[in-house]
Each structure stands twice: as structure tokens, then as C-alpha cells.
Write a protein that binds this ligand. Sequence first.
Ligand SMILES: Nc1nc2c(ncn2[C@@H]2O[C@H](COP(=O)(O)OP(=O)(O)OP(=O)(O)O)[C@@H](O)[C@H]2O)c(=O)[nH]1
Ligand SMILES: [Mg+2]
Length: 299
Amino acid sequence: MGVKNVLQKLFAKEKKIVICGLDNAGKSTLVSFLQSGTFVKHTPTMGKELTKLEVQGIPINLMDMGGQKDFRDMWLGELSNASCVIFMIDAYARERFNEAKDELWKLSSVFKKKPLIVLTNKIDMSPVASMGDIIKALDLHKIDTFEILPISCKTGFGIVPAFTKIYYKLTGKRIGNAATPKALTVFDRGGVPLTSSSNQDILHGGLFAAITQYAKESFNSELNQIRLEGNIIIFKRTDHLMGSIVLREEDSDNIKEAEIGLSELLSHLEHMCPELEQEQLDAEKIEYLVQQYSSNLMS
Ligand SMILES: Nc1nc2c(ncn2[C@@H]2O[C@H](COP(=O)(O)OP(=O)(O)OP(=O)(O)O)[C@@H](O)[C@H]2O)c(=O)[nH]1
Ligand SMILES: [Mg+2]
């Protein structure tokens, strides 16, 4: 599923999403990742900022709360008509966990009635606190139910899975039945595979060789889709990279969605790797970025 349309898929009109958490946690970065599909740098939010996303005609209101001390009084009021409490913490900033706990517990009147979702951000950094450490540090074990979900608003790690869980928490329903791709490969413009992953070992044997062969031949062609051995292989290209996704033929209803997801991944990679413009390619970096992001495409 695409990062940019996950909210539209998940939330009905009347859902208001409010994101609280200390300054520097990454709240605004999350909002812009959902908007743009990649990492964008921010300055601190003064007060609060409403982002109206309109995806395929459906309006979504995201309220991004300023986390600096002066603005924290506004959180409770804003949460009064929200569907849940989303509280973000910087998993790298252990020295601020106590402060985060105090601010979180000021919201207890709300999260005793509404679902609490704790997003632990910046898991691309090292070393970050474990989920267990964060649960203890924030006294989350004293709450009956909560979700704690690791994400990175820099690499995109976990964003679609987090919002999928949030939706389940809010509605008790699983989203759609979009079949996830069975394999994902990113190539350089010469058709050399840089990274490849498969959740069902289907890349073994001839299929991977065939995909690579097509990739080599097709970088400069308009070939976008081939069918092979009961699989649909979708190709997408950007200026410097190429990607392919494998779907089962019986999942052909999901081709459009897979194409969007793959295009978003490639744009994100281009954005995160400005060195590609200088014809420099860091294969290790791309592998890391794909591995971090792939949870949005494959489950
Ligand atoms: N490494 C890393 N840096 C991040 C991540 N998310 C955000 N940042 C950085 O953290 C800093 C703060 O991000 P913001 O999104 O402005 O934080 P905020 O929670 O909106 O802060 P306030 O508006 O002051 O409440 C920025 O320098 C971001 O680039 C992440 O997942 N990983
Ligand atoms: Mg902000």
C-alpha cells in the first residue's frame, strides 16, 4: 500500500487525528512523510498546525501539535473530539523519557476513554531504546490497553503498518484485502540488482534470473509488466533507478496499488540519495533504505 494514501484508505471523514508528543519527537516530519511520501526537514511547530490532506477527494484532518513547553496546554483541549490519542516519542532521546512520561500522563483522562497509540520514532538511529524500556520508562504497563509501534519518519520504516494497526484499534476491522507483493527488487540503471527481498522464497530458481534479464533489457524501453510462471512482474523506472515487484496472477486486482507503492519507493530513494544526480550510487545505502521502507509495501 502506498504511504500517501494509507490515511485515505483507513479513516472515514469524521475521524480527527491529533498527534502529541515532546518537541523534536518528529511529529511534523510524520505528517509531511504522509503528504509527500518521503523525509522532509522541519522547523519547530508554533502552536498547532492543521494539515488538510485531500486524497482522491476525501478530506483528512491531521492536527500536528507543537511540543514545546508553551504549547503543551493545548493538547488536552484538542484531544477532546479526537478519535484516539497518538503520542510520539523520540526513541533515541532516553534523557527525555521522564519528561515524556509526565506529559503523557497529563492526558490520562483522555486515554482512559480512548485508544492510546504510542509511536516510537527515529528507530533508524542507534542505539535506540527497546520497546520494553520505553514501556517501563513511560509507565505504560499501568494502562490496560495501548499500542506501541516503532517507526522512522526519516526512512519510512513502519508507517503503513502503524496506521493499519491504528485503524484496527479504532474500528476493530482489518483494512482491505490488498494482496501484498511477493517480491521486491531495486536495480541500478544498468539493470544490476541492488537489493531484493521476497516473503515467500519465490525469487529462487529461474524467476529472479528472468526478472534481472528483463530489467537489463528494459531500462530504456516502455516495458512495464510481464507475466511469467503464474506471476505478474511490474517494472517502474526513475532517472537513476528501476524497481520491480512480483504479484501472483490471482492478485491482478492489486496491480494499480502495487505500481503506486513501487513508484513512491523509487521517488523516496531518489530524494534520499541526491548523490545519484552526480552519477554516484551507494549500493549499501540503497539496500538499507529499501529494507527500512519495504514494510510499507510487503507484510
Ligand atoms: N534520524 C531521524 N530524525 C528524525 C526522524 N523524524 C524526525 N527527525 C528529525 O527530528 C527533528 C524534529 O522533527 P520535527 O518533526 O520538527 O519534530 P516535532 O515533534 O514536530 O517538534 P515540535 O514541532 O517542536 O513539537 C528534525 O530535525 C527531524 O529532521 C526520524 O525518524 N529519524
Ligand atoms: Mg512540529
